[in-house]
Design a binder for this molecule. Structure first.
Ligand SMILES: C[S@@+](CC[C@H](N)C(=O)[O-])C[C@H]1O[C@@H](n2cnc3c(N)ncnc32)[C@H](O)[C@@H]1O
Length: 235
């Protein structure tokens, strides 16, 4: 993926950087009832959501192209980007709500703990079929295989690198495999509402899906406190 000079963040790739279970619950407004459903996390990368939900008895599968790599190589990729990510967080502090974490370094430690949790679970989870090397816009799942599909920090965020066509195909694919889809955030890396959002909403309405934008109890990138929820039962 190319580098865009105007990006708020200076990422050469979609980086392996994982959030915690609690952050997932907050970003997606997940209730206890939601957590009992069959969930697919697409683009979960090294987040600890799958590991922890599995520990508490949930039914979750994560799909991400990075799962082609083994735990050692993913660990190496995390180590390769870690210092840069922490530095970029510090450099972008004005656009972020860091106060909950204290500092960029403290945030780095929280994220690293989540990623270590993932790394510890990964090889066993892969054998159990909980981590699958697959990526949007085409997923190897059957129609409505899942109750809920989650996609965090991939769609809309990388709007400069991933065009509108990709977004439409990817979101329709999520709608094919799950009865409900939630996507967070809706801002891009320049902290602007993604220009793909309105055309995606139009496409979803035309396809007969019910799409809504809901405020959630999570905000790290300032202004990024909304998720897209799509109910795929055709109206
Ligand atoms: C910034 S990380 C977000 C990880 C996790 N969802 C979170 O919020 O902590 C973006 C993830 O998107 C994954 N990714 C890259 N291309 C993808 C694709 N075509 N389909 C699905 N995921 C993809 C990357 O491998 C990476 O793990």
């Amino acid at each position: 993926m190319g580098l865009d000079k105007d990006m708020g963040f200076n990422l050469q790739n979609v980086v392996p950087w994982g959030r915690s279970f609690d952050e997932y619950c907050a970003m997606f407004g997940l209730s206890d009832q939601d957590l009992q459903q069959a969930i697919v996390g697409v683009g979960d990368g090294p987040a600890s959501f799958n590991a922890i939900l599995t520990e508490i008895g949930g039914n979750v599968l994560s799909a991400d192209p990075v799962y082609r790599l083994n735990a050692e190589l993913i660990h190496q990729r995390i180590d390769d980007v870690y210092d840069d990510m922490v530095q970029q967080v510090a450099a972008n502090a004005d656009n972020l709500r860091l106060e909950k974490f204290g500092s960029a370094q403290a945030l780095g430690h929280v994220r690293m703990r989540a990623m270590e949790h993932f790394l510890h679970d990964f090889e066993q989870g892969k054998q159990q079929g909980r981590y699958l090397a697959a990526g949007l816009p085409v997923l190897p799942f059957t129609e409505d295989q899942f109750d809920l599909a989650l996609c965090s920090h991939f769609l809309f965020l990388y709007s400069d690198q991933l065009g509108l066509d990709f977004h439409i195909k990817a979101i329709l694919e999520l709608c094919r495999v799950a009865k409900e889809v939630r996507v967070f955030p809706l801002l891009d890396l320049s902290h602007q509402v993604s220009t793909h959002l309105d055309p995606v909403l139009q496409e979803l309405t035309q396809a007969g899906f019910h799409a809504s934008i809901e405020v959630v109890d999570y905000e790290f990138q300032i202004g990024a406190n909304e998720m897209l929820r799509i109910q795929t039962i055709l109206t």
